[in-house]
Ligand binder design. Structure first.
Ligand code: SF4
Length: 342
């Protein structure tokens, strides 16, 4: 591990100021991904700015009926919060489907949003990787790419975003509160993560010194009809091959609103709003419509030979998610989360 300087911020403004003053600095909160990357010499920041003492650990109602989650709330605290379990069970399920209990206790919500891909070549400094070393190439294109993207990739990078929580936040249409040199601003969750294009090392729309301070959940949590379905190689402590976060608002048997995001398939949680729009006003239990929706989404996939299986897997997972969401009630969803945890 390289030498680095360490500073502790006592306010959000100080954190942003210290970052802006320092070349190649990183904010340090739970450190569950950053410290690993530093140990492996994948990231070599010149400075760490410790933000763990900032007052960003609250979960509070917002005036519009939603919830504001401080960026330093731990993944565990969020998943087990009674309001989240009751009103946003899809989010609780997604969090509990990720990592291990120990990691969830240490990891923060803000850090979860900014975690890096788990592409093997990204972690191997001996391999070419445009994300780690811009311009060096992408070893995954013709290498082992079973876990890689089938949507939105480029010839420069086919990595996936590893988070489960982010998939649920995308489906919920959350928004992100950000503090920066120019003051505070709000970003729709969809706009936070970027597709790789020809700059895969630039993963978010955040300025270098910008600090995520909170995540806002809207009033609509799809509590009555939602699910987080994660398909993976083993039942715990594994990243998604494909995951689906699906929430539906159903009235009189008709779909009035929905959010559907896929994980494990793109550089960011993947939504197809054009396909979603076709479902609004349709019969909720029409399985042919679910199949057509799934088919429309995967028709846009562009897999590599090593991950072509994900196309059919995603199609089936979407259809299965509809079955689960339409069978679910909020209490059942919370129960599912506990069983996943066990
Ligand atoms: Fe690097 Fe992206 Fe290629 Fe993986 S897929 S080797 S992260 S450029």
């Amino acid at each position: 591990m390289n030498r680095f300087s360490y500073m502790r911020a006592n306010s959000v403004a100080e954190a942003v100021r210290l970052h802006a003053l320092t070349d190649d600095a990183q904010f340090l909160a739970g450190g569950t991904n950053l410290v690993d990357l530093m140990r492996e010499n994948v990231m070599q920041p010149a400075a760490l700015i410790d933000i763990t003492r900032l007052p960003l650990r609250g979960i509070a109602p917002t005036p519009d009926g939603g919830l504001r989650i401080g960026a330093l709330v731990s993944n565990s605290a969020l998943a087990w919060d009674a309001r989240v379990r009751e009103r946003y069970p899809m989010l609780a399920q997604a969090i509990l489907a990720g990592a291990s209990a120990q990691i969830r206790n240490a990891a923060t919500v803000g850090g979860n949003l900014l975690q890096r891909t788990r592409c093997l070549y990204f972690y191997d400094p001996a391999s070419s990787c445009n994300k780690r070393a811009p311009g060096s190439g992408c070893a995954a294109l013709d290498g082992v790419n079973r876990m890689h993207a089938i949507f939105g990739a480029s010839e420069h990078c086919i990595a996936t975003h590893p988070s489960d929580m982010c998939v649920a936040l995308a489906a919920l249409d959350a928004s992100v509160q950000i503090a920066g040199r120019d003051g505070a601003r709000v970003l729709p969750f969809d706009s936070l993560h970027r597709l790789p294009g020809d700059t895969p090392h630039r993963e978010t729309a955040l300025a270098e010194e910008a600090l995520i301070t909170a995540i806002d959940l809207p009033a609509e949590g799809y509590a009555q009809h939602c699910t987080y379905l994660k398909v993976r190689d083993r039942q715990s402590y594994a990243f998604a091959l494909v995951s689906v976060a699906l929430g539906l608002r159903v009235e009189d048997g008709m779909i009035r609103a929905l959010g559907c995001a896929l994980g494990g398939v793109a550089h960011k949680p993947w939504r197809d709003r054009e396909a979603e729009a076709l479902l609004i006003g349709g019969a909720a239990h029409d399985t042919r419509t679910h199949a057509r929706f799934a088919g429309m989404i995967v028709a846009r996939a562009d897999p590599r030979p090593g991950n072509a299986f994900k196309v059919e897997l995603a199609r089936r997972a979407i259809v299965r998610a509809f079955e689960r969401a339409l069978a679910a009630q909020s209490a059942q969803s919370a129960q599912d989360a506990e069983e996943d945890e066990a």
